[in-house]
Design a protein around this ligand. Structure first.
Ligand code: NAD
Ligand code: ZN
Length: 356
């Protein structure tokens, strides 16, 4: 495993450093003129390792909840930063998962018309997926991720040892996005991570290699289409269904687990529409199921699921933009008219295939 990954963006290159001493180093020499925004749970768990950081002049602890990345909470965050004398040229530093990333990235994009930011991702999902790609997404009222920008960080520091304290559901959520990006890379890539899947729970070095590998696959896609106008759309594999499942269960299912079910559902749909052979669905079903069935089965209210799916912002009229695998298991974007046949297929999946 190489120690760094450089990503090209419209604001120039930025680097993800794989460095298990990064947090220790940060704490030993806390830079001046930085403002920390830290996941409150991480601050508690790592209070010892981060004691100098936590005692520095500008620290804001935020609980990682969807409500806390809602637009109206930003008044409080901006007031806090003003009270700490925020100026252009200073740096915002995020420590936490995707929620801290979204909050700090959005502030960095808009505060004083743009500030540099850096990121210490602490969840598997953030380390293996969201930390690169430049996106910020925040909620307005009940509408998730409706405001956003493309604002890459200056630097990302990946400390995989902090993953040891993640709850299992959060760990599986990150694994879901890792399975996704490997599926996009192709069947051989997916089969490799599927074979190693059980060991990812116990083998730190192997996990680190797959985190690096996941980012390397994503890097090629976002460099080709940073602004999500073309090829990057395939990263939404599992996401139309996943978002609808999250929304229908009131966010009871963690994002990456919903995406895992969403990929299985996409494969099932493709099989039932005759777009691909049943063997592709059957090949991917066991590893996907292994990832989502470690999570207690929630009841999926079908009508909520359908209304959430049809409201998804990536859809135009009654046409649904779906990311489905083709006959070679290649992930492709297509437009499908929502009709009784699709409703039937998805009802079958949710009532008969999922958690049978
Ligand atoms: N901007 C993007 O590109 C992008 C991409 C994917 C997801 N997201 C967003 O990210 C959010 C989800 O992020 P996430 O899954 O990384 O998790 P998160 O930030 O929601 O954190 C999940 C839980 O893990 C806890 N936690 C974080 N680090 C920990 C650690 N080291 N040990 C123990 N507990 C820890 C948090 O306190 C929280 O309870 C969603 O809001 C999603 O919309 C953004
Ligand atoms: Zn995702």
């Amino acid at each position: 495993v190489s120690e760094t990954l450089v990503v090209q963006s419209h604001q120039g290159p930025y680097t993800a450093f794989f460095d298990d001493q990064a947090l220790t180093r940060l704490n030993a020499a806390v830079p001046s003129r930085v403002h920390f925004i830290i996941d409150a749970k991480v601050a508690g768990l790592y209070a010892g390792d981060l004691h100098q950081v936590l005692a520095s002049p500008s620290v804001l602890l935020i609980e990682a909840t969807e409500a806390n990345k809602t637009l109206d909470k930003f008044t409080g965050y901006v007031d806090h930063l003003i009270s700490r004398g925020v100026r252009r040229g200073q740096t915002l530093v995020a420590i936490g998962g995707g929620i801290m990333q979204d909050i700090v990235c959005f502030l960095a994009a808009t505060l004083l018309r743009g500030m540099p930011w850096s990121f210490y991702p602490t969840t598997l999902l953030a380390q293996a997926d969201s930390c690169i790609g430049s996106k910020s997404s925040i909620n307005v009222g009940k509408t998730k991720n409706i405001l956003g920008t493309f604002t890459p960080p200056e630097k990302i520091y990946i400390t995989t040892s902090v993953l040891a304290t993640l709850e299992e559901r959060e760990f599986r959520s990150g694994l879901g996005e890792m399975l996704k990006v490997h599926a996009i890379d192709g069947p051989a890539s997916f089969d490799r991570i599927a074979a190693d899947y059980p060991r990812l729970f116990t083998d730190q070095a192997l996990l680190r290699r797959y985190i690096y590998g996941s980012l390397a696959i994503k890097k090629a896609i976002i460099e080709a289409d940073e602004f999500d106008r073309g090829v990057r759309n395939i990263m939404n594999y599992g996401h139309s269904f996943g978002h609808a499942l999250e929304s229908a269960t009131d966010f009871f299912i963690p994002h990456g687990i919903a995406v895992t079910i969403g990929m299985d559902m996409a494969n099932y749909t493709s099989m039932r529409l005759g777009l691909m052979d049943a063997s592709h669905y059957q090949r991917m079903h066991p590893p996907l199921k292994a990832n989502y069935s470690g999570f207690p089965p929630p009841e999926i209210p079908l009508e909520f699921f359908f209304s959430a799916l049809l409201k998804d912002k990536k859809h135009t009229d009654v046409q649904l933009r779906l990311v489905l695998p083709d006959a070679q298991s290649r992930i492709t974007v297509g437009l499908y008219s929502f009709d009784a046949a699709l409703r039937h297929i998805w009802t079958d999946y949710l009532t008969k295939e999922l958690y049978p």
